[in-house]
Design a protein around this ligand. Structure first.
Ligand code: NAP
Length: 404
């Protein structure tokens, strides 16, 4: 949830550091030690890296398929002389935007950037060249960019040119911020975020399939933020039929690429008068089905603007096809069968449950079907768990630990 609603500034503002220290610059402050035993220079690094991450987060929904990158340039007296973040449509990288603001003052300055600068020609020339040309003395970055075109080359080029490069500060936060991009670059597969809303007794709908609405309005608004962060949203045919959803990003925030709507529908049960089919001309909609699915049904859906993809090979093949289309992240919104399948196949990278204070009973639809787990030690546990309240509902999110 980093930076989504300004948490970073709250967490990483260097509390205890007086305003004068911040303005007086690193040189004079280097020997000062604050009450926590941390040098003021180290706290300034933390502050400006937090700021770079905060700026990067402003590109959410607008940077993909590029990473979220924020940059802050600080002169020798500790003054911020340039700031920038990347959005895909504006082409320029965060470093270039910040360097342009800094101009000649960048000579001898420190650059804080939330990801390793690029070292290759893409839509723009290498940022490393621009940083070296501008005379940047020191670069602070949390992590390497795993993109094979970068992968350490950015840092190496800067070091070879005499720039002091420091890597690792706030690495965990930087990993979280760009988890979709980093996962896609490392595995070639989209990051899968499974999200479900359930009752206190773990039911996602009544026995008759009624799921409107388990959670309150504030939790549902939060879901639109999650949709906004992703490139695609995926559901099963059961949900498409029961809920007739629209599956749009109604966060109200700008996005560069439209959210791709995906339905897994082996028998092409999706109706041509469904809201998904009726809006498929305006919003990209993919239906994955089996080789055997009816030709006529496929033609009917295609006539509505839906792209019907016949794929064997289960969920891996679906994710492979989405990756081929540069979809870096997928929000899986159920239902029960689809969620269980993703979990059984260990294809889930993050799990979010919204738990609402109501009881549906054992005849309701379970959130996750049978997994054949016999001992609690075999249960799927989450790490880096976060809990947040939205009205009367509670959001619990974390990363599944897949053990052998
Ligand atoms: N509260 C919530 O968060 C929430 C979220 C979503 C849904 N729901 C509720 O959940 C209910 C629907 O759940 P559900 O379990 O019946 O349906 P589902 O999981 O949405 O869809 C299951 C169907 O998807 C198709 N499918 C295609 N590929 C599949 C694969 N690899 N693995 C599994 N299924 C695949 C299968 O139909 P074919 O054999 O025809 O392909 C299967 O029957 C609805 O009542 C809905 O309101 C609640």
């Amino acid at each position: 949830m980093i930076g989504a609603r300004g948490e970073l500034s709250a967490i990483f503002n260097p509390s205890g550091l007086v305003e004068a220290d911040l303005k007086s610059g690193t040189r004079d402050c280097e020997l000062k030690i604050d009450e926590a035993g941390q040098s003021v220079a180290a706290r300034l690094d933390l502050h400006y890296m937090g700021r770079a991450l905060e700026l990067a987060a402003r590109g959410r929904g607008q940077a993909s398929p590029n990473p979220l990158v924020g940059c802050v340039i600080v002169d020798e007296s500790g003054r911020v002389i340039g700031e920038g973040f990347h959005v895909y449509a504006q082409v320029k990288h965060a470093e270039t935007i910040a360097l342009e603001q800094a101009g000649a003052r960048a000579h001898g300055a420190t650059c804080y950037v939330s990801l390793e600068p690029c070292a290759h020609y893409g839509r723009t020339p290498p940022c490393t060249d621009a940083l070296i040309r501008a005379g940047i003395r020191r670069l602070v970055a949390p992590i390497e960019d795993p993109n094979p075109l970068v992968a350490g080359r950015g840092f190496a080029q800067l070091r070879a040119a005499g720039v002091e490069v420091s890597v690792g500060l706030m690495a965990r936060e930087a990993e979280r911020l760009n988890e979709h991009y980093l996962h896609f670059m490392r595995t070639g597969r989209p990051f899968v975020h499974l999200k479900l809303a359930c009752s206190l007794d773990g039911r996602i709908a009544t026995a008759k399939g009624d799921a409107h609405w388990i959670t309150g309005e504030r939790a549902r608004m939060r879901v639109h933020e999650l949709r906004h962060e992703c490139d695609a949203i995926l559901i099963g045919a059961g949900t498409a039929i029961a809920d007739d959803p629209l599956l749009t990003d109604r966060s109200g925030l700008p996005r560069h690429r439209p959210l791709v709507r995906v339905v897994l529908d082996g028998r092409l049960r999706l109706r041509k008068d469904s809201r998904l089919a009726q809006t498929a001309r305006e919003l990209p909609t993919l239906v994955f089905t089996s080789e055997e699915a009816d030709q006529e049904r496929a033609a009917e859906l295609e006539a509505c603007g839906i792209e019907v993809v016949r794929s064997g090979g289960g969920l891996s093949a679906v994710l492979g096809e989405l990756a081929r289309r540069k979809v870096q992240s997928v929000l899986v919104e159920g239902g029960s069968n689809i969620a269980s399948r993703f979990i059984k196949d260990r294809l889930v990278d993050r799990i979010t449950f919204f738990i609402a204070p109501l009881i549906i009973g054992a005849d309701g639809i379970v959130a996750i079907g049978e997994l054949g787990i016999e001992k609690l030690t075999e249960a799927i546990r989450l790490r880096e768990v976060e809990v947040e309240r939205h009205g009367d509902d509670v959001e619990i999110t974390g990363y599944p630990i897949w053990t052998d």
